[in-house]
Design a protein. Structure first.
Length: 278
């Protein structure tokens, strides 16, 4: 694990391997460890980075700064510090939204995009998770939430909802890590603060990539209960991905439940080829 300083906030990341770069950005409530299987596999042929976003994992959780613009500035600063170019940029949920927004502004630095369950107002709206996000947008009690710790049983339910089945046989340790992470101080505060920013992602529901935009791969689990795979299919009509992958039986944490399929999707995306695969 390494750190870089972003405006006085310490950001944790893992770096491994050598070769063409791949950068992984995680979801709300997760951290860089969700990509462990992909990092372990792809480090053999690529220089791989997995970052803890502000407020998650081993990165600092400051009192404020949980805005889309601040996260984008963090990603930009990381790319510049590492002098990253021709990157395969891989995101999950909020990380997918950040990946797409970053590439809109910096298409020359990105070879290709892999968007796992991209978070937009439309993909969130039909799900139960949307109700919690709405509550987070309306209730501004960050100082109180910073002191609240989610009980272990509730943390277990939160993680279980992100899985397509009750068990993830390939990654019992990752699931246990995520459950423990949800009980950490400030985790609820950070997620509630970011939820107020979700309406700012509305532009992604209307974004039509220009012809020279880096090729996009989308990945969804068919049993995603956090975001809506059907709404994701609608989003694909405007994004026009080169590859649109649906992993049958997987939930929101598709990279944990189907690690080999997600790794293969990322590996294929590193070529930067525009292959229509629906």
């Amino acid at each position: 694990m390494r750190y870089f300083d972003f405006r006085g906030t310490s950001i944790a990341y893992d770096e491994a391997g050598a070769g063409p770069p791949i950068v992984f950005l995680h979801n709300l409530g997760g951290d860089r460890h969700i990509w462990r299987a992909q990092v372990d596999a792809l480090r053999q042929t690529h220089r791989v980075f997995a970052i803890d976003l502000i407020g998650y994992g081993d990165s600092d959780a400051p009192d404020d700064g949980y805005t889309v613009e601040n996260y984008l500035a963090m990603v930009t600063a990381f790319f510049e510090e590492q002098d990253l170019r021709d990157v395969t940029l891989v995101g999950h949920c909020f990380g997918s939204a950040l990946s797409l927004l970053y590439t809109q502004r910096n298409p020359d630095r990105v070879r290709s995009l892999v968007l796992s369950s991209p978070l937009t107002p439309a993909t969130l709206r039909p799900t139960r998770t949307a109700w919690a996000a709405r509550l987070g947008r309306r209730v501004h009690i960050d100082s109180l939430l910073a002191r609240v710790r989610i009980p272990g049983p509730l943390a277990g339910l939160i993680v279980a909802e992100q899985l397509g089945s009750e068990k993830a046989p390939h990654a019992t340790d990752i699931v246990a890590h995520l459950r423990e992470s949800w009980t950490e101080p400030r985790r609820l505060m950070v997620t509630a603060a970011i939820s107020r920013e979700i309406p700012r992602l509305g532009e992604l529901d209307e974004f039509v990539p220009p012809h020279d935009f880096p090729p996009i791969t989308t990945v969804w689990g068919s049993r995603n209960r956090v975001l809506c795979a059907r709404a994701g299919a609608t989003l694909n009509r405007t994004l026009g991905p080169s590859r649109a992958i649906v992993v049958e039986g997987a939930g929101h944490l598709v990279m944990v439940e189907a690690p080999d399929q997600v790794t293969a999707a990322v590996r294929a995306a590193t070529t930067g080829a525009r292959v229509v695969d629906s």
